[in-house]
Every structure is written in structure tokens, then in C-alpha cells.
Design a protein around this ligand. Structure first.
Ligand code: DGL
Length: 246
């Protein structure tokens, strides 16, 4: 089974990494729109257009399913993309909510959502959590963490400084939704900031469990991944070699 994985840039590789650890697919076609990253600062019409253009890109490959490994695109463009595609498309927000609801039973738990400006403004996470009865939900736009990750900074003083800037008024939460696929790369620093107390919800792990639950039971022997990008494909391939170790 061939899966397309789409993100604005390198962040979706965290989802690809989780998928590579499953036997669901024999081939991953990864597309990062590196020419236009970040998406999280764009308005909804632009994000929808980028999502539809990604469908055109994937028309060059005979994919069976597409995973939108970008919370920002998942927040705005899934319906339009689904209307244009001939294969199923999964986003990462619904799996993230599902993972949170399995990990956190208490409805009065303190939940923190971090994501891009667009994702937080869409209120997709906040509204779904409210519908499920969670009462103490805080959300913060942490878009500056995206270029930090794209820059390859996963630890150290610049990152810690940025975390203090965003989290200075936040009491240690019980759970944090990493509502941007770039953030698992800095999850250790985030966790350390809060003394390793919160449960972290990671889009890649969430979608793997979600697919399993929804009947994905293929047992492919090995999975190849090919990386494509709208700009500096060699740069993205280098990052992917490092992160995915292949
Ligand atoms: N990785 C994207 C996400 O999950 C965000 C990065 C961006 O702003 O393009 O939302």
C-alpha cells in the first residue's frame, strides 16, 4: 500500500517516522512544501489552496491514501481536499483528540494545546475537547518554534529562552497536545521545561494508533520512503536522513 504524507516542510517527517515503525505501508511518498513554509501564519484561503495544490502533486503518484501530517492543513483544508481526491485522506487533529481522550480520563485535567497561529485560531482542538467535556483547556500560539525546528535547533539556550517566553505564565499542565508536527522534535525540551510531568500527545503516534483502530492491519515487510519538496529537496533529504536514519 502506498501512502502520501504531506506537510508544509520538515515537521511531517515526525509522522513519517511513526509510520515507518508500522507494517501498514510498503511505500511512503513524502512531500514537504518547503518553498512556502510556514503555513501557520497564512490565512485560511491560502492554506486551503496549498492543500488542493498538494493533491495535484500527489496526482503524479498512484497513492492509496493520503495523510496530511500538518495540523494547520488539517484544521482548514481537509474537506476541500477530500472532495478533490479519489483516495481517503486522514488529518492529524481527530487522531490527536482521540489519543488525548484515551490518555486523560479526568475531565478537570489541565490540558495545554500548542500550535501555529492558524491552528489555534481555528479552535478545532479547543471545540472538540469542549464537546468531550474537558473543562480546563488552555491554548497558546507558539509559531516561533516552527522556524527554530526548521533551523535544526532541538535543544539549548535559544530554544529554552523561547519556551520561557511562551510558557512563563503557564502552570504545569497534566497533558500537552503538540498541535504541530514540528514539535515532537523538541518534545524533550518541552517536557523538561515542565519537569517531565505532562503527558505529551504526538500527532505521529496518535495517527498510528488511530489507523490501527480503524482497521489498518496490513503487514508489509519493509517500507521505503521517497522525499520530495517544492524547494531545496536535497536539504530536506539531508534532514530526513538524519531524523529517520535512512
Ligand atoms: N507542521 C505544521 C503543523 O503541524 C506547521 C508548520 C507551519 O507553520 O507550516 O501545523
Amino acid at each position: 500500500m502506498r501512502v502520501g504524507v504531506f506537510d508544509s516542510g520538515a515537521g511531517g517527517l515526525t509522522v513519517a517516522k511513526s509510520l515507518l515503525q508500522t507494517p501498514f505501508f510498503d511505500e511512503i511518498i513524502y512531500y514537504g512544501d518547503t518553498a512556502r513554509v510556514p503555513y501557520g501564519t497564512k490565512d485560511s484561503n491560502t492554506i486551503i489552496r496549498y492543500g488542493l495544490e498538494a493533491i495535484e502533486f500527489f496526482n503524479n503518484f498512484d497513492i492509496d491514501v493520503l495523510i496530511t501530517a500538518c495540523n494547520t492543513v488539517s484544521a482548514y483544508a481537509l474537506n476541500d481536499m477530500r472532495q478533490k481526491a479519489k483516495y481517503p485522506i486522514y488529518g492529524v487533529i481527530e487522531p490527536g483528540i482521540w489519543a488525548l481522550s484515551r490518555a486523560v480520563e479526568k475531565k478537570d485535567a489541565n490540558i495545554l494545546i500548542i500550535g501555529t497561529r492558524a491552528t489555534i485560531n481555528s479552535k478545532q482542538y479547543q471545540n472538540s475537547l469542549k464537546e468531550l467535556g474537558y473543562k480546563n483547556v488552555t491554548s497558546i500560539q507558539t509559531g516561533m518554534l516552527v522556524p527554530i525546528v526548521e533551523e535544526g535547533i532541538f535543544e539549548g539556550s535559544v530554544l529554552n529562552e523561547m519556551l520561557s517566553y511562551y510558557f512563563k505564565d503557564i502552570k504545569t499542565p497534566d497533558a500537552i497536545i503538540l498541535g504541530c508536527t514540528h514539535f515532537p522534535l523538541i518534545s524533550e525540551a518541552i517536557s523538561r521545561y515542565f519537569n517531565n510531568k505532562p503527558i505529551l500527545i504526538h500527532s505521529g503516534e496518535a495517527i498510528v494508533d488511530y489507523l490501527k483502530y480503524h482497521g489498518f492491519n496490513q503487514s508489509c515487510e519493509k517500507c521505503n520512503i521517497t522525499i520530495y519538496a517544492s524547494d531545496n529537496v536535497e536539504g530536506l533529504r539531508k534532514i530526513s536522513k538524519k531524523w529517520l536514519d535512512r
